[in-house]
Design a protein around this ligand. Structure first.
Ligand SMILES: Cc1cc2nc3c(=O)[nH]c(=O)nc-3n(C[C@H](O)[C@H](O)[C@H](O)COP(=O)(O)OP(=O)(O)OC[C@H]3O[C@@H](n4cnc5c(N)ncnc54)[C@H](O)[C@@H]3O)c2cc1C
Ligand code: FES
Length: 271
């Protein structure tokens, strides 16, 4: 089930430096969005910006028919989104794309969720689903990274879920100093990432995804990544979101918007 309609903005509040959470009234997305799925949004009244943009679903409030996304106000589109006031509308198409899949038997797996910056929101939805499904909280590890403390998002939401939570900042202003892969390395050194009973889910900038994928490959760990590509249409039509993938015959391209955005990390050709 999918919507394509003008939806009312319910709230648009700051959550970190230059980052806001926008809550939108859209019962279809509120009821049906799955962890890792996204919506395409359009904000303009004229032609600029021409293309819609994809945003991962962060929270769902089915009882009041709302969902929210967290976004970084960095360019033309997201600054226009930041200016939206409650009562105004945005055009929403979604939910779109595939979802993170839970490895079975989910209760016996160590689930390691690795987030970079605004990659955290879809992983929060995944962690929430895991807790609701009764996966023991000690089997859910979240490594939440950002350049600085003031750029870290969703930290308190993960904390409220009671999962095993690491904060990582490159300048050491909160939690561990370094990158998300440094935490993965120390967990691995301590024997806490059993290769046959572990699943990594990663969402963040492409360089981070590649580093996590390399780490997973080196240590024979299963890993799913959410690819952040340009997505002009989000509907499989324009081919603007191509991701190079391995095939038995060599390489090929898949569309991140309909074949993804979640891919098995071993499938992606990173360079
Ligand atoms: C599946 C998916 C989920 C995403 N979820 C989020 C999210 O939850 N929160 C969030 O802040 N951002 C998310 N993004 C990125 C978001 O769609 C925007 O691309 C980004 O916020 C750029 O904002 P802008 O247009 O204001 O900036 P611009 O100044 O227009 O662009 C800034 C950067 O965004 C890239 N960009 C421009 N157009 C697009 C486009 N159509 N699609 C993708 N990237 C583009 C440019 O290459 C540039 O590097 C997601 C992207 C994907 C593919
Ligand atoms: S964004 Fe147009 S085909 Fe994927």
């Amino acid at each position: 089930m999918r919507c394509a309609e003008y939806c009312e903005v319910v709230a648009n509040r700051p959550v970190a430096t230059n980052q806001l959470e926008i809550e939108i009234h859209c019962p279809t997305v509120a009821l049906h969005a799955q962890p890792g799925q996204f919506v395409q949004m359009r904000v303009q009244s004229g032609y600029e910006p021409l293309f819609s943009r994809p945003f991962s679903v962060f929270r769902r409030f089915p009882e009041r028919g709302n969902f929210s996304v967290v976004y970084l106000a960095r360019g033309t589109f997201t600054r226009m989104l930041a200016a939206k006031k409650p009562g105004e509308t945005v055009f929403v198409v979604g939910p779109l794309g595939n979802r993170f899949s839970l490895r079975q038997p989910a209760n016996e797996i160590l689930h390691v969720l690795v987030a970079g910056g605004v990659g955290a929101p879809p992983l929060y939805l995944l962690a929430e689903e895991m807790v609701q499904q009764g996966i023991p909280r000690h089997r859910i590890v979240v490594v939440n990274g950002a350049r600085r403390q003031d750029l870290l998002v969703c930290q308190e939401h993960f904390a409220e879920l009671g999962v095993h939570l690491w904060a990582v900042t490159e300048d050491g202003s909160l939690g561990e100093r370094g990158k998300v892969t440094d935490v993965l390395k120390s967990l691995h050194r301590r024997g806490e990432l059993p290769h046959d009973h572990c699943q990594i889910y990663a969402c963040g900038p492409t360089a981070m995804l590649e580093a996590v994928a390399q780490f997973a490959h080196k240590h024979h760990l299963r890993c799913q990544v959410s690819m952040e590509t340009l997505m002009p249409c989000g509907l499989g039509v324009c081919l603007g979101c191509a991701v190079k993938v391995r095939t038995p015959q060599g390489t090929d391209y898949k569309r991140a918007c309909v074949d993804g955005p979640i891919f098995d990390a071993t499938e992606v050709v990173w360079k």
